[in-house]
Design a binder for this molecule. Structure first.
Ligand code: EPU
Length: 421
């Protein structure tokens, strides 16, 4: 098994370029199933989640070419299959987007239950509620979800989500794009990748309005045509590098970002003592002094993202005073990394949804285990900031979502390498 070896304690300096957004790419690739013709998708991150999705779509009959780095040309016109390979589907969470896309395209879908990062119970009842609201019949078992067009056929409907679920919002948008009538999603998620998916669909001829607000309207169209689209930068990858500089110290220009998407993360890192300067499409992060305690509560966008919880916890571990970290999206997410951070010297007490973090003067190298993608990223940051050598095991979780992590960190002066057994 491969691991990362990090010789920590060195500040980060230089420029890092952020890749395309993972969570947009994993929605937009399945969305190509709805398109008659070729889509050219640019700024697609080369990460394992995307590679698996490409394998799934190829297995279903999609013609896919990778003409240059980070570009995917995909033509799903000849796809006939509505049952993707279960062995591949269970390898990632976002494979559940095949449900909405296939229901919209064929009026039926048979998709294995998704796998991926299981840091919490991750039900899909709101996705199912959405499919039912569009007139589908749903059979759900422990192993798969089978969708068919109900007796009345599929048609637009008004779906009010019980919580602003990213996955359910995406799945309903995908399913509704090609079915007759208007669909209204109330209490929709507002994350940047929801807007990116809407922009992709509209570029191909869909009629989606309101993405980025809590009410999204989709007027069904007969077909989508091919075209070109460029995926937005990854908010969480950018935030991870910003947190890395905050924890390890240094001066880094984080480029290819949308600073507005970063506001909530920026203001918390500033509160902790990082100096942050926004430019048009880049952000400079400087940390040359001590860190201060803060309180962070994770929330859906535009709040502080749950996907940055673990990374900011590392910064808190090195900040003077007692910080509080409140998780309001996935209650059990602390368990993926707090014990590992404690083995590096962090002082964290978890009670219900709150972690109380008492800052320490320094972390020390240790052997730690990534239990999910963002937990793994946080352990890398801890390793960069710590004195001594850190080995991060189970790095396949990290490689799901961070393109060229080793190359990017090495270019910033980090002493990190991927070691194979
Ligand atoms: N929820 C339900 N029922 C549902 C759907 C969600 O109870 O049918 C609950 C969840 O349990 C959770 C909350 O609603 O408490 C929000 O879940 P959401 O559906 O928004 O999350 P998701 O779609 O499963 C996406 C990202 C996650 C990110 C969350 C929250 C993708 C592929 N995944 O997950 O990203 O943590 O939104 O922002 O977009 C990651 O990138 O590392 C990652 C885990």
């Amino acid at each position: 098994m491969a691991r990362y070896e990090i010789n920590g304690g060195k500040p980060l300096n230089g420029t890092v370029t952020i890749s395309g957004a993972k969570n947009a790419a994993v929605a937009i690739l399945p969305a190509a199933l709805l398109v008659s013709g070729k889509c050219r998708i640019e700024n697609v991150p080369d990460i394992s989640d995307v590679r698996i999705l490409i394998d799934i779509l190829r297995g279903m009959g999609a013609k896919i070419q990778l003409p240059e780095k980070n570009v995917v040309e995909i033509d799903c016109s000849d796809v006939q299959c509505s049952q993707p390979d279960a062995g591949l589907v269970v390898q990632l969470r976002a494979s559940y987007y095949l449900m909405g896309a296939l229901l919209g395209r064929f009026g039926k879908a048979h998709v294995a239950q998704p796998g991926g990062c299981n840091f919490a119970s991750r039900p899909i009842d709101q996705h199912i509620k959405g499919f039912l609201g569009l007139g589908a019949d749903v059979e759900e078992t422990e192993y798969y979800v089978a969708l068919t067009s109900g007796k009345q056929g599929l048609s637009g409907g008004r779906i009010s989500l019980d919580m602003a679920s990213v996955g359910a919002t995406v799945n309903i948008m995908l399913a509704a794009t090609l079915i007759p009538g208007q669909t209204i999603i109330e209490n929709a998620a507002k994350e940047p990748h929801i807007v990116d998916l809407a922009n992709f669909l509209n570029t191909m001829g869909a009629r989606v309005t309101g993405a980025g607000t809590d009410t999204i309207k989709i007027r069904g169209v007969n077909s989508l045509r091919g075209g070109s689209y460029c995926i937005i930068p990854d908010q969480i990858e950018a935030g991870t590098y910003m947190a890395a500089v905050t924890a390890a110290g240094g001066n880094v220009l984080v480029q290819n970002v949308i600073p507005k998407h970063m506001d909530c993360i920026t203001s918390k890192l500033q509160e902790m003592g990082a100096r942050i300067i926004n430019y048009d499409d880049s952000i400079r992060v400087i940390r040359d002094g001590p860190l201060r305690k803060t309180t962070v509560k994770t929330q859906p966008y535009p709040g502080f993202p749950t996907d940055m919880q673990a990374q900011v916890c590392v910064c808190m571990s090195l900040a003077g005073g007692i910080s509080r970290l409140i998780e309001s999206v996935y209650e059990t997410r602390f368990f993926g990394y707090c014990t590992e951070l404690e083995s590096m010297g962090a002082k964290i007490r978890i009670s219900d949804k709150t972690a109380t973090v008492t800052g320490v003067a320094q972390l020390r190298g240790s052997t730690v285990y990534a239990h999910d993608l963002r937990a793994g990223a946080a352990l890398v940051i801890a390793g960069l900031a710590a004195q001594g050598i850190t080995y991060v095991e189970q790095i396949h979780f990290i490689e799901r979502g961070y393109e060229n992590l080793i190359e990017k960190l090495t270019a910033l002066g980090a002493d990190i390498r991927r070691v194979e057994d």
